[in-house]
Design a protein around this ligand. Structure first.
Ligand SMILES: C[S@@+](CC[C@H](N)C(=O)[O-])C[C@H]1O[C@@H](n2cnc3c(N)ncnc32)[C@H](O)[C@@H]1O
Length: 274
């Protein structure tokens, strides 16, 4: 079984991805990616609008990364207080830096917290690529537990509250080429129709179910390997780690282009808690 592929960092946790066998100081992903997900600026704006239209007083972002979508949402909801939680200190430092730059530091906080232990009720929640919080670690190579995630998310929301739920899915029937660079199993993900059913079964009305385009995926994958390309450009070809970095770059590109491109998808559900 291969480690989780490029998208795996986002969708099944960052474990095993992007630094296979290499202990290098690579630049942070936020230098190349706006979001740690295949998400265009246009779609992000629409998701932020979905939440802002309900004028929430409290917005929670679970697995917020560097907080970009939460801050775009906060910019549209001047009355709201925001909380982003993640386990990656470097991402949280960047999130706080961005909040200060945008004058949002009084309304949004970013905390290093394990989202499994969150309590309380929020008017709106964002959870993109973080369902693994409530399931087994990606290394266990088990089907992604959408049900556990949606049940936990529903428990954090009041009736009428809005949820932006983004998660990996099969956008076409899984192929051996795709699964061989993922967990090796066809049942790792659902298709979007299955995700809609799970959301409905766990106390949500589905207002829309969108699927990331191939262009969003291509941009995401290009951003994901950007730091490896830059490392190779700025280090001598005979650097002791150069062979490993080149291999990682090639594995990442081939895993995507010959493996899961067009098969692994990303769905964005906009949900209202019943
Ligand atoms: C795929 S990234 C998505 C980041 C962000 N939502 C975005 O779309 O740009 C998933 C994030 O979940 C975070 N995460 C994983 N397990 C977590 C946990 N138990 N509690 C809080 N955050 C967690 C990871 O550190 C990572 O930043």
């Amino acid at each position: 079984m291969r480690p989780a592929p490029a998208c795996g960092s986002g969708f099944r946790g960052d474990s095993g991805r992007g630094n296979v066998g290499i202990m290098l100081q690579l630049p942070p992903l936020y230098q190349d990616l706006t979001f740690l997900s295949p998400l265009s600026d246009e779609r992000a704006a629409a998701l932020a609008r979905f939440i802002a239209d309900a004028q929430p007083a409290t917005v929670l972002d679970i697995g917020c990364g560097w907080g970009e979508l939460l801050m775009q949402t906060m910019a549209r909801t001047p009355q709201a207080m925001g909380l982003g939680v993640d386990l990656e200190p470097e991402r949280l430092v960047e999130a706080r830096r961005r909040a200060a730059t945008r004058g949002l530091e009084g309304r949004v906080s970013f905390e290093a917290r394990d989202a499994r232990h969150l309590e309380g009720t929020f008017d709106a929640v964002i959870c993109i690529g973080a369902s693994q919080v409530w399931g087994l670690p990606v290394e266990a190579a088990q089907p992604l537990d959408y049900a556990a995630a949606l049940a936990a998310l529903r428990g954090l929301m009041r009736p009428g509250g809005r949820l932006v739920y983004g998660e990996a899915m099969w956008s076409s029937a899984p192929t051996p080429a795709a699964t061989s660079v993922l967990s090796g199993r066809d049942d790792e993900y659902l298709q979007v129709e299955g995700m809609v059913c799970v959301a409905q079964a766990h106390g949500f009305t589905v207002t829309a179910a969108q699927v990331a385009s191939l262009e969003e995926w291509d941009d995401f994958e290009a951003g994901f390997v950007g730091r490896l390309e830059r490392w190779l450009q700025t280090h001598p070809a005979d650097h002791p780690e150069a062979v490993a970095v080149r291999e990682q770059l090639q594995d990442q590109r081939e895993g995507y282009l010959k493996g899961y491109r067009g098969v692994l998808g990303m769905a964005y559900l906009t949900l209202v808690a019943v």
